[in-house]
Design a protein. Structure first.
Length: 466
């Protein structure tokens, strides 16, 4: 497989496929609004959408540093699925039934995104094939069976456990010994979704200013180099780029994730792989991979490369280290040997927001009017939608337009997280954790034992990962 002709960076393959947009006009000076949303990704755009649909006369302004979808919303793996970061911890803090309600809300969210996309004529290559997560070592199989049982206990009665034969009938992953499948998932084209959302909210009357970085958020104020927007509610929807805001360096850690996309694969290759259901595909490795079969028959596959930049740094254009591209290519060929001769057309990276306790949150501080949502830990394509609807309900409750709703009483609402450690401890901890996970994965590949490698268990314990 050659990577000589691989496009490296340029934001993402999804933008190479669709074209980089011309940014909308920046903020022309000081302004006022009823609600100011900082961040033009999925969280910000969904929030603007649901608020404007609920109260059409609201004056809503979205401020975006680059252009809508520049961050994780335009670089992710296109997994619209029902996972939410922190559910197990919320079960411990608030009880099992509260966490079951949160999981059910996520199950419903997948259908909600599909519904709105259809209603608003957003063609995002959505295909509801569900999610297939595979195991290909004895240790992974043991974890997969435990994971499957836990998901059933959280109310996912339609989840299915497959053996090796049934797994191969869905997707022929080399060496797969089992899998679990849920219908609560879909593949999509991330940039088609974010572009469609931006156009939809603009048509509803939402004002979007791009090329407008917010440098600091204060109660009722969002400061930019071009002026200040004043509003009763300021909503921080910046996810992995939150560390760029003044005073937020240690709030959420910007974790790097990298991806590759092959050339369109010929029918002969797909005949060996299968994947006719176009499920999103994951595995049970500690440093896990995620993949989809795209609408034009490529494989887009992602995983961890260099997990974190010192000082919570973020990249500019998604450029990826050659060693990471090679590592992702190796995973691709190990899973699907018939792709060995395929060209890698594109490689890119992005950042996702990770809280110190690995729990996604949505919050509105009623005393200050400041709100935020994020910390999705890589499961944001769907979670952003649930967060946005929850922010809508919290604002309507705060403004006296409604009372508590089913969404405002979910256990992730107003959850507070301690800050990350200062440098160099943050950098050492994250790099040490992923070095441990990669070591554990290598050891499990050659071990006949079904138990999780003790190195991975130690890394989970020290990191607070669930």
């Amino acid at each position: 497989m050659s990577t000589v002709s691989t496009v490296n960076g340029g934001i993402s393959f999804w933008y190479a496929d669709q074209g980089t947009p011309i940014p909308r006009e920046p903020l022309p000076g000081d302004a006022t609004a009823d609600i100011c949303i900082v961040g033009g990704g999925y969280t910000g755009l969904w929030t603007a959408y649901y608020l404007k649909k609920a109260v059409p006369f609201l004056d809503i302004t979205v401020l975006e540093a680059k252009f809508c979808g520049y961050g994780a919303s335009g670089r992710n793996g296109g997994w619209l699925y029902n996972g939410i970061a922190g559910r197990d911890r919320y079960a411990k803090l608030h009880g099992h039934e509260a966490a079951v309600r949160l999981q059910q809300a996520m199950n419903d969210t997948v259908d909600e995104v599909v519904r709105v996309a259809a209603e608003e004529n957003i063609d995002a290559d959505i295909h509801q094939g569900g999610v297939l997560e595979v195991a290909y070592t004895p240790a992974q199989l043991a974890r997969l069976k435990d994971f499957h049982a836990v998901e059933i206990a959280f109310g996912e009665k339609d989840r299915v456990l497959h053996g090796a034969r049934e797994t191969g009938e869905r997707i022929n992953v080399t060496g797969a010994v089992g899998s679990t499948w849920t219908p609560h998932g879909a593949r999509l084209h991330p940039v088609k979704l974010v572009k469609g959302l931006a156009a939809t909210v603009e048509a509803l009357g939402v004002t979007i200013h791009e090329s407008t970085p917010v440098t600091e958020i204060k109660p009722k104020h969002a400061h930019t180099p071009y002026g200040t927007v004043r509003a009763p509610y300021i909503l921080r929807c910046t996810e992995g780029f939150t560390a760029n805001l003044k005073g937020q360096r240690r709030t959420w850690l910007p974790m790097n994730s990298s991806m590759i996309a092959t050339e369109p694969l010929p029918r002969s290759v797909w005949d060996t792989i299968g994947w006719d259901g176009r499920e999103t595909l994951g595995d049970m490795a500690h440093a896990y991979m995620y993949a989809q079969r795209t609408a034009d028959d490529r494989i887009a596959l992602g995983g961890r490369g260099v997990p974190y930049r010192y000082g919570s740094g973020t990249d500019n254009d998604g450029r990826t280290q050659p060693a990471t591209i090679e590592a992702l290519r190796d995973i691709l060929v190990r899973l699907f040997p018939t792709t060995a001769a395929a060209r890698i057309d594109h490689a890119w990276s992005g950042v996702l927001g990770v809280p110190r306790d690995w729990c996604a949150t949505v919050t509105l501080d009623r005393a200050t009017g400041l709100g935020w949502a994020g910390g999705y830990v890589g499961s944001g394509v769907a979670t952003t939608n649930l967060a946005a609807r929850t922010l809508r309900d919290l604002i309507q409750q705060d403004s006296g337009q409604s009372g508590p709703t089913e969404l405002t009483t979910l256990p992730w609402v107003n959850h507070r997280v301690r800050r990350w450690e200062p440098e160099p401890f943050r950098w050492l901890g994250v790099h040490g954790m992923y070095a441990a996970y990669r070591t554990a994965d290598r050891r499990e590949l050659t071990s006949p034992r079904p138990g999780t490698d003790p190195i991975a268990k130690a890394a989970d314990l020290l990191s607070g990962r669930h």
